[in-house]
Write a protein that binds this ligand. Sequence first.
Ligand code: GLC
Length: 726
Amino acid sequence: MTDTVIDYGAEQAGVEEKVEALLGQMTLEEKVGQMVQISIDGPGREKAEARIRAGQVGSVLNTYGAAEINHLQRLAVEESRLGIPLLIGNDVIHGYRTIFPIPLAESCTWDPDLVEEAARIAAEEATADGTHWIFAPMVDVCRDPRWGRIAEGAGEDPTLGAAMARARARGLQAGDLASGRRAVACPKHYVAYGAAEGGRDYNTVDISERTLRDVYLPPFQSAFRAGAGSVMSSFNEIAGVPASANALILDQILRRELGFPGIVVSDWNAIAELLNHGLAADRAEAARLAALAGVDMDMVSDCYHCHLADLVRQGTVPEEVVDRSVRRILRLKLMLGLFEQPDVDEAAAAAAILRPEYRDKALEIAQKSAVLLKNEGDLLPLGPEVRHVALFGPLADDAYNVLGCWHRIGRAEDAESLLDGLRAVLPPEVRLVHVPGCDLEGGEAAEMERAVLAARDADVAIVAVGEAESMSGEAHSRAHLGLPGMQQALVEAVQATGTPTVVVLMSGRPLVVPWLAEHVPAILQAWHGGIRAGRAVAEILTGAAEPGGRLTAGWPRAEGQIPIHYAHKNTGRPADLLGPVVTDTVNTSTYIDESYEPLWPFGYGLGYTRLEYSDLAVETPRLGLGDTLAVSVTVRNVGHRAGDEVVQLYVRDLVGSVSRPVKELKAFRRISLAADESRRVRLEVPVQQLGFHGPDLAYVVEPGAFRLWVGPNAAEGLEETFEVVA
Ligand code: GLC
């Protein structure tokens, strides 16, 4: 792992002097120009280039490729009056050309070091090719799989999300990249975008400030602590005030409390959308609100370009507000080394892409992010007795959708389908038959009949079903989370032949698949697993690799349960009678037609071996506010093959000045155990991390009784108690 991470908040010799010297030469129009980002991806190219030459553009996005980017930089550096280089921004969400599993899948590795490596590889490829402002990591906590962008984040939990946010920011901002360049990360979408009502993208977010601070902010704080040099304000409103005009989050919290030194860029057109929100009557008002709230750069709305200079001249926006933003932008450009080295080496760029070791890393991550949800009778891994495999499903021979919803310049030609993978790993004497059976959203009865016939003769049937990459991601929320089209019917028809059936789910989110859970003996959630997905799944199915993933988002039984998450409150009438007072065993917080519990819980995932937990010990059962909770547990691999485990520590604060969740993840560790190996695992949590935002919204750790659990997921584990004393 790199130990050289660029902290864009750190002082750098000479930078401040250069900033002031440059600022002192700039006209008001040139200052505003630095606060403008335009997209270079379509019509109006000539006008865009003219604006760059005129010093009216500080950054561009959606341009890829060293040659193209060098051309744009030359326009800025050689033809504008002050020669200030451009920030080149792009979405590199789960890989640049080496496309990794979607971030939700990556988070299921519960392996921050591995995720950091993936982010570093993305930064290597992107910086070599001219992109140095990476609009990632997406760190939005999400407890609603209807929301298409659950695919982009790290799931439902702030602690796990914070660990992944740190890892991704560190990887993207590694200071010793082979490319010789530096990148700046941009955690997004600030803030609470994942709490959209109804799971509908861009929808209203109306949460308490306590929930904002306890749940949605921690991953951002973690990325900032890792040195992230920018942040992107989100589309949504928070309790009535859209993020891009929200002084509470952009000034009070971000600047005054967190001391964030980097730049704030609005999300796409978000400043102009203040009119849709009904917060601004016109674009000039929108520009005023965003500038005063603290948005430093306007992504493509042109509200700043058209109105900010006039607003300053009218005195409605102090020039100091503009100077403050321009200083941040110039500082970042200097710290990125753009003034010294605006161009990238076009010859070196091609050699930096899709290196063999990057492809290997993509395979490892795809294996460790796949979650084995069910494995009745140990059907998996397929044994040597399997001599005839039948492969079905619209995603069986698909190397495009596995790229996932934010693959950008990733290409299907770089990827392996499951059919490719099985052809590569099955011994030549094993017969492999492939019949799609149906499409992702449609199909013909005759094709399904062909599949049924093929299934009857086989020793095992593998059905690859799920979502197209376009069914998740931005603006792709779903109200019905079952298998689209005829896929469910295909699985039922194959299952009905009596041939042992394995379902491989490939999706951008947890799907609602209760029938599969009840009737299909083996289910593997492979997500959209990136360019090596097919090989990874094939190696898992045949036992050459273990399914290493553990869920980072609880899996609903029905859409009606959503939002669903393990760190829920107990309520006054808990369904599982977790309370000390049993008021009524009938009228409790559950459904009359469904369980209140997830189908598979947060943290859950099966392996190919068996692990047992024993001898949980709390080293100091009474802890002061400055102490560290330390627990140890023995984990034993009682199976016959090596395997990984993610040991998870959850706590519950039994009584607080505000109600506390029934469980909260506070520490975890991924370990590898040989067959029969036993390991004593020790986990630590500083007591100061056991707090919350109290009645006055100040962060507080309150003395009192706690419970803790250590185990394989949020629903089970060895239990102990401890006490925090003042
Ligand atoms: C999009 C997304 C954001 C992305 C930006 C630039 O609308 O919300 O995540 O970084 O625009 O593409």
